[in-house]
Design a protein around this ligand. Structure first.
Ligand code: UDP
Length: 327
């Protein structure tokens, strides 16, 4: 299939591209490289540098390539930043997605996978969180994904659009090939920060609060291997002819910040200094996904469910790419 992947030079997008090419799809990556890396794009993908804000560029993309399906990763993704700059999120993320959707519809493309988020669930009534949970976006970032999910709902009703919205919990790890992994500037995610401390690139890791109502007082999150996420995209795309769908995607088990740091110490064999700091505003104590629905409906099974393997793959990537994609 000819698949357009927006944000295919980013962390998750680039690993999805690797998997798609591995199974024989033809991939067109569209990325403005603000945050993505040219070197992250699989050499067999067609790469087009461009911005979704540029409607003419998006139109040209669909005019030139016979696109049959879209996977949309390109977006601003920082929850904290979205609380400072809401228009970048409920503005740009939404209008860029709108440009993409309008051109997709205009060109007869009816298959679409949206990269969505656990930030839709700021006030969950039940844990683990399933798809029946009430949506309460935790930030303008979460709201921007919610708005895109709603657009997709209506495009399905009006245009017969078939979509899957995949709400990721904590994507982590690196490609098992060792070729692609996490390289964000600034880095805000726990595992890469802890591994930077293991590499001596930072003196310590700050634990954001140890007075939460959890087993050791630090926040519990559901870390899902990025390759397992990628597989979920592939399964979801294959299932679209059977109708649109929405899935929560995680491992279904939670680990505390302290447990993640301990796993990193074990895997790296290095000293990692942890300092207890203040809570980070907006962090819920516990976020765990129920992925029963995608397991049941699509037979999705995480290949790398245990935290150790996730950290081992991340460590292999960080050790071989201490400066990310720079060298
Ligand atoms: N965290 C931390 N120190 C850091 C970065 C993150 O203690 O330097 C914690 C954060 O409070 C959260 C967990 O690690 O409970 C995962 O954070 P991350 O930013 O990786 O993902 P999020 O859950 O915010 O999507």
């Amino acid at each position: 299939m000819n698949i357009l992947v927006t944000g295919g030079a980013g962390y998750i997008g680039s690993i999805v591209v690797e998997e798609l090419i591995g199974q024989g799809d033809h991939v067109i990556v569209f990325d403005n490289l603000y945050y993505g890396h040219r070197a992250a794009v699989h050499p067999d993908a067609v790469f087009v540098q461009g911005d979704l804000a540029d409607r003419a560029a998006v139109k040209a993309l669909f005019d030139v390539h016979s696109i049959e399906a879209v996977m949309h990763f390109a977006s601003y993704t920082l929850v904290g930043e979205s609380m400072q700059q809401p228009f970048k999120y409920i503005g740009d993320n939404v209008t860029n997605g709108l440009n993409l959707l309008q051109e997709a519809v205009a060109h007869g493309v009816r298959r679409f996978i949206l990269s969505s988020t656990a930030n839709l669930f700021d006030d969950p009534a039940r844990m683990p969180i399933d798809e029946a949970e009430r949506i309460v976006p935790g930030s303008p970032y979460g709201e921007s994904k919610h708005i895109l999910e709603r657009m997709l709902y209506w495009l399905d009703r009006v245009h017969g659009f078939r979509y899957a919205a995949l709400r990721y919990f904590n994507a982590a790890g690196a490609s098992p090939t060792g070729e692609r992994g996490e390289d964000h500037t600034p880095e805000t995610h726990l595992i890469p920060l802890v591994l930077q401390a293991a590499l001596g690139q930072r003196e310590h890791i700050v634990v954001f609060g140890d007075d939460y109502p959890t087993r050791d007082g630090t926040c519990v999150r559901d870390y899902i291997h990025v390759t397992d996420l990628a597989q979920a995209h592939i399964l979801a795309l294959q299932a679209l002819d059977g109708g649109s769908r929405t899935y929560n995607l995680g491992n279904g088990q939670g680990f505390t910040v302290q447990e993640v740091i301990e796993a990193c110490r074990e895997v790296t064999g290095r000293q990692i200094k942890a300092v207890i700091g203040r809570r980070r505003p907006g962090d819920p104590a516990t976020l765990i996904a129920s992925s029963d629905k995608i397991r049941r409906e699509l037979g999705w099974q995480p290949r790398y469910p245990d935290l150790r393997t996730i950290v081992e793959h991340a460590w292999a990537w960080h050790r071989s790419h201490p400066d990310g994609y720079e060298n």
